[in-house]
Ligand binder design. Structure first.
Ligand code: XBP
Ligand code: MG
Length: 256
């Protein structure tokens, strides 16, 4: 194998990485579901930031209940009740995406197109629900774009969500590739821990919820993937020639 083709696949996280979905997407959908269920719960921007340390919507609801409304936890059918509430939330989230108000982050569409042109495989590794991934990809990249991804690893397909490495192990197995021939793109500390524990070199693109987190071990930490005409700012990691992430940048990061 030549140095040039050492990069075989790029594994994208979804929430916070492909798009800024949390504050004005998932949070709004959770609150809409709470209203439909007649609950007075209201996840404001600050509270949602705290709740984001728990990955997975169902797990996040349970954490909130145990901490803030423990009196609601003694339902006999708590698991089913949470699952139904979460299903309702997913319905609202899909509706929000269909309205087309949540765009991809800078550089994401460009990089995906460049990777496809270079025949480098792309995959998804996320804790979010599979329906959400399809809805986001369709609403931003087009109906057919779901097929561009060789593997979509999402939601409950593995029992342990990020920061456990399970979802990355699962995706690598489906791709039949070794971690050192791939790179992950993440936005959060939980995501970084998950990718690093699967031995993947990892790029971090921060956002307002994650910029204060700890990203030790990331190959680079940047504000976003950048564009040739709209550069990223870099917080940490290897010194780069360009101020945007392209296929050449990824190849350099995988080879070191
Ligand atoms: C982020 C998450 C998800 C979403 C909500 O996933 O932790 O739980 O916040 O989605 P990632 P669901 O960064 O790995 O893409 O409600 O469908 O879980
Ligand atoms: Mg994320």
């Amino acid at each position: 194998m030549t140095q040039k083709n050492k990069l075989q696949a790029v594994l994208f996280d979804v929430d916070g990485t492909l798009a800024d979905t949390e504050q004005d997407g998932h949070r709004i959908a959770f609150n809409a579901a709470f209203q439909e269920f007649g609950l007075t719960w209201d996840w404001d921007i600050t509270l949602y930031g705290e709740l984001l340390k728990v990955t997975g919507g169902k797990e996040r609801i349970r954490y909130y209940m145990e901490r803030y409304t423990p009196q609601d936890c003694d339902k006999a059918d708590l698991n089913d009740w949470i699952a139904t509430l979460h299903w309702t939330k997913t319905k609202y989230f899909e509706k929000l995406l269909k309205q087309g108000n949540i765009p991809l982050r800078p550089g994401v569409a460009r990089l995906i197109n460049e990777l496809r042109k270079e025949k480098i495989r792309i995959a998804i590794a996320t804790t979010t629900t599979p329906k959400n991934v399809a809805a986001l990809i369709k609403s931003t990249l087009g109906e057919e774009a779901v097929d561009w991804f060789d593997v979509i690893g999402a939601g409950d397909i593995v029992p342990k969500k990020k920061p456990a490495p399970d979802i990355y192990h699962w995706v690598l197995k489906q791709l039949n590739l070794k971690a050192q021939h791939c790179i992950a793109i993440e936005d959060s500390e939980n995501g970084l821990q998950s990718a690093l524990a699967a031995d993947l070199p990892t790029i971090i693109t921060t956002n307002s919820y994650t910029q204060q987190q700890s990203f030790n071990g990331a190959s680079i930490v940047v504000s976003d993937l950048g564009e040739p005409e709209h550069h990223f700012s870099q917080q940490a990691g290897k010194k780069l020639k360009k101020r945007w992430v392209d296929v050449e940048t990824l190849m350099n990061l995988v080879q070191t």
